[in-house]
Design a protein around this ligand. Structure first.
Ligand code: AMP
Ligand code: MG
Length: 408
């Protein structure tokens, strides 16, 4: 059994990884491709938004002083001088006693200082009847109501969500400067692995890790480069890396990092760079190798189906986010009541238990999502969180920290 004192804690391993990872360079991307990227420039508005005072309603633009005495008994009659659709410039400044029919988004004509919505008016030929006073600036959206020219609207380091995409468009930024997203090469290792669609021969299994990890790379904001399955053959693996790594910003492998006789990944990586092999004090997923090959960071994950995805979640996801310029690297963590007991771990490791988290009246409850073996993918599918259980175990009803891996 491993001596727990010789194992690294999750936090320590994560710190070591993050201290060696740097943010990638900057590039301009078409706005459509900027979702979930991190801005590498401050955005200063060069124009007001909206660019001119416009109507918030379909109705009539008028001079508020003209209708200050209006009432249902004594409506004010104003002459309609023109109709202003959105996108057109008014041609007639309003003089006392006149109004312009105006559409939502159309320019407020000179002289007008209020809009009365059409539902509150009656039209008789060329005359509109107004039966109530209008506040100054009523239903008028002033120029620069949202953003004024010269204002710093978005900042370097800010994540681009759909709202930021709309704002960048409003400010005419067609190609924002963002931090580059990592291109992440992905390999499964193992002679037992069979890709989808091929018949499953005796003794072989499906390669599930590569698909789960592919999704995780995408979800973390990276661009996966699927390099398929590498057999347990050091020479083939080495030539694969020599051929491809120049195009990638990082490499993720799964399998082949334990202490078995066929664990080629460690040896190949040692040959091509520097490798830190750790037994991290966690369950699932003890073996984790991190290092550099041909100058690129390498994450060599364990092979067990649950371990590989959980180790990615804890170590690789924050690293990829850092590469992409994010400053909030980690998932939200909350306290929750664990419904079931968890036995002590005799090897002294911290358990990251797959749990189903539910919320009621602001309090979270976590149920174990099923058997916790490192090959039981089913319980990872059911789970939406990872409960952190100290090696001593906990009785049912304990408060524990839960990483919320899926907020849906
Ligand atoms: P290893 O670390 O290579 O000894 O693998 C540990 C366990 O994970 C073994 O049972 C492997 O068959 C399994 N395994 C390794 N890679 C994959 C994969 N890509 N998909 C599913 N299971 C895997
Ligand atoms: Mg293997």
């Amino acid at each position: 059994m491993d001596d727990p004192k010789r194992m690294l804690s999750v936090d320590a391993a994560r710190e070591q990884i993050l201290s060696r990872i740097s943010t990638l360079g900057e590039e301009r991307v078409p706005l459509r491709n900027a979702l979930d990227s991190v801005l590498a420039e401050d955005i200063v508005a060069t124009e007001d938004n909206p660019p001119f005072a416009n109507s918030a309603m379909d109705g009539f633009a008028l001079r508020s002083e003209d209708v200050s005495g209006a009432s249902p008994e004594r409506p004010v009659r104003l002459n309609i001088v023109e109709t202003i659709p959105a996108g057109y410039v008014p041609t007639r400044p309003l003089t006392p006693g006149t109004a312009a029919r105006i559409m939502t988004g159309a320019m407020i004509p000179e002289g007008a200082d209020a809009v009365v919505m059409v539902e509150r008016t009656r039209v008789e030929g060329d005359v509109v009847l107004i039966a109530e006073p209008a506040r100054r600036n009523q239903h008028v959206r002033p120029a620069g109501e949202s953003v004024q020219a010269g204002e710093k609207v978005l900042r370097r380091g800010q994540r681009v969500r759909p709202a930021e995409m709309a704002m960048l468009a409003a400010l005419n930024v067609a190609e924002p400067l963002v931090f580059r997203r990592p291109r992440v090469a992905l390999i499964s290792t193992g002679d037992e692995l069979t890709d989808l669609g091929e018949p499953l021969a005796k003794g072989k299994i499906r390669d599930s890790n590569r698909y789960g990890l592919y999704g995780q790379i995408l979800e973390a904001g990276g661009e996966p480069l699927d390099w398929g399955i590498a057999r347990d053959n050091p020479d083939a693996m080495e030539s694969l890396l020599r051929k491809g790594l120049a195009d990638a910003d990082a490499l993720v492998t799964s399998g082949g990092v334990s202490v078995g006789g066929y664990d080629v990944v460690k040896d190949v990586l040692l040959k091509l760079g520097e490798l830190h092999f750790w037994r991290v004090s966690m369950k699932p997923g003890k073996p984790l190798a991190f290092g550099e090959a041909l100058g690129k960071p390498v994450f060599a994950l364990p092979g067990n189906p649950v371990s590989s995805l959980v180790v990615f979640e804890l170590f690789v996801r924050p690293a990829l986010r850092k590469m992409a310029g994010h400053t909030d690297l980690f998932r939200p963590m909350r306290r929750a009541t664990l419904a079931e007991a968890v036995e002590p771990d005799l090897s002294g490791r911290t358990t990251y238990a797959r749990v189903v988290v539910t919320e009621q009246d602001g309090r979270l409850t976590a149920h174990l999502a099923g058997p916790q073996g490192s090959g039981v993918l089913r319980s990872l599918v059911l789970a939406n969180g990872l409960a952190i259980i100290e090696p001593a175990g906990v009785p049912a009803g304990s408060e524990v920290d839960v990483i919320l891996t899926d907020l849906r």
